[in-house]
Every structure is written in C-alpha cells, then in structure tokens.
Design a protein around this ligand. Structure first.
Ligand code: FES
Length: 246
C-alpha cells in the first residue's frame, strides 16, 4: 500500500504546530499502525530528518501508552488501541490525518505525545485501598459477591489511554474517573475509602481542567476496553451518596 500521511508536527509545548505531509510506500496490510509509523521514522532518520514522536510501550493493547487521533477518531476506525490497529483497515492511496489527543488537560509535549500525568494525579487522589499488604490474605477472609466481582473486573479493564477524553467534545475525564471509582467502590476491600475516594477523585478531575459530562457518549464509543457509559451514572450516584453523608 502507498499512503499519504498528514501528521501533526510540533517541536515542543511552545511551538504552534502544523500538519506536515509525508508519503509512505510499500506498507503491508498486516502491519500495525505503529509499525507503519516506524517505517516512516526509519526513512526520516536515514534522510537526516527528525522522526515523529509518539508514545508506545507494550504494543499489545495492555498498557495504554499509545494513542492518537486518526482521521478524526481516537485510536482510528476500529474500537481498539492504536498499537492494535492494523493497516488492512485502510486502502491503497488513502490520505490519513494523524493528530495528538486534543484536550486542554493533555498539553502537547511533542508531535503526537501529550502529557497525561493529570490521570496519575486523579489516581493519586483516591485510586488505592488501605488494606494491609504483605503476606497473601486467606482467600475466604473477605468474601466478594459475584456481581460485585464482575462489576469490579469490568471497570478494572480501563488502561488509562485517554481516548475517552480525546473523543469527548468537552474534554471530560468522567469515564476514566468513573472506571477507577466504580472498580474500587464495588469491592469490600475498597469500602473504608468509599466516600473520600469519589469526592477526592472527582475534585482532582475538576482541578485538572477536564470538562463536565453532557451525555454525548463519545467516550464509551471510543473506549478500546468497552468501559460502559453507565459507569458515569454509578459514579454520580456514589458522589451524591458521599456528599450527603459528608
Ligand atoms: S502500546 Fe500499550 S496499549 Fe498500545
């Protein structure tokens, strides 16, 4: 496949940035999207140009490091991570626009790399439990009802990639935050911090400059792990409950 790429190039946070056009040739349909970018970067390096900066780590859809807006969609046309998107979903001769996540709480560091440490600070505000760690607890010491375990697992799938924020017209982090809150608040181990967790994490989310939720649902549509929209409803319920108690 031969493709035209229009990629956002920005040398640093203070650079205005611009779309820059590149041609790539002989791309295999079996390549991942990141392997296609690797091919471009090899050519750029060999010709003495600056390679395109982008985030990646596991390349297995697990870590959440990768992420870019491809033809206007977070992670591109498939409901998966960018590293698991394959070139067979594009056609020979296509022009592909590639941009970083766009959100004021995710400032651009360079090219397609954005600063997502706001997510780390939301986690730091309450994404933990205070149960003692060390030796493994006896398996039946804290029974977990099956529905609670299922809910916790469903929400623990969030890999914190940020696609929800990038897809949301408000740049809201409600789906990410709710996944973390509901995951821990569903479990008996998370009960001691149930109220403080939701209040502190939502407060941190607001302080980081993320927008509010207006129920457009783009976040859940873009989420590569299928975190459901009702997760936000559950978090709002937790928030009201905690605020009334407090
Ligand atoms: S590089 Fe880890 S999820 Fe894509």
């Amino acid at each position: 496949m031969n493709l035209t790429l229009r990629i956002w190039r920005q040398s640093g946070p203070d650079d205005a940035g611009r779309m820059t056009e590149y041609d790539v040739r002989d791309i295999s349909p079996e390549m991942s999207f990141l392997e296609m970018l690797d091919t471009l970067n090899e050519e750029l390096i060999l010709s003495g140009d600056e390679p395109v900066a982008f985030d990646h780590d596991c390349r297995e859809g697990i870590c959440g490091a990768c992420g870019m807006v491809i033809n206007g969609e977070a992670h591109g046309p498939e409901r998966t991570t960018t590293c698991q998107l394959h070139m067979r979903h594009f056609d020979d001769g296509d022009t592909i626009d590639i941009e970083p996540w766009r959100a004021s709480a995710f400032p651009v560091v360079k090219d397609l790399v954005v600063d997502r440490t706001a997510f780390d600070r939301i986690i730091g505000a309450g994404g933990y439990i205070t149960a003692p760690t060390g030796s493994a607890p006896e398996a039946h010491a804290t029974p977990v009802p099956k529905p609670a375990a299922d809910t916790a697992f469903e929400h623990a799938e969030c890999i914190g990639c940020g696609a929800c924020v990038a897809a949301c017209p408000n740049g809201s982090a409600m789906l990410f935050t709710s996944a973390k809150v509901v995951h821990l608040n569903s479990l008996p181990q998370g009960a001691p911090e149930r109220e403080s967790r939701v209040l502190d994490m939502v407060g941190r989310m607001d302080d980081e400059g993320f927008g509010g939720c207006t129920n457009t649902g783009e976040c859940a549509t873009a989420c590569p792990k299928g975190i459901p929209l009702f997760s936000i409803t559950k978090m709002n319920r937790e928030f009201v409950r905690a605020a009334r108690k407090g």
